[in-house]
Write a protein that binds this ligand. Sequence first.
Ligand SMILES: [Zn+2]
Length: 159
Amino acid sequence: MTTIQPSLDLTPYLLENGNVQSYAWPGGYPIYFILQVGEAICPACVSRNRKLINEAFADHDQQWNVVSSCANYEDDSLYCCRCNEKIESAYGEPEDKYEVIVGNVGTVHTSDNERDALLCFNTYVDRSKSNHGRCAVEDVTMMHNGDIVKEYVGTMPRA
Ligand SMILES: [Zn+2]
């Protein structure tokens, strides 16, 4: 039989409303907790189950015994063992997403590479300017993480 490990003192993690904080202070990194059984549990579940967690040591309940906390810097596939919600990570999400969108065609390029996106953008702007084919006089937009960074508004050449 595995012995019960000392529980983590949650006091430093408590917010004024009695819930457990979701971000490390200072630093702002998303945090999660580790149960004695080796599973990750999210701050929301710790907050919801404070009673079970507080009594885990006395009850020898390893399933609810929180033994440590961690900052999640970049694990993008970390899920809470209780609610199955994804545990947010500081750097794990792909930071850069570039898209090139052409008027009537839709998204023609998606990558994390600004250079590639720019090349694609320029190519379609050329096509739009050249005024023939499917992309003639179409708007071309380059997006970075949902924001427009470059925009070409297709105009009909003057007759
Ligand atoms: Zn959870």
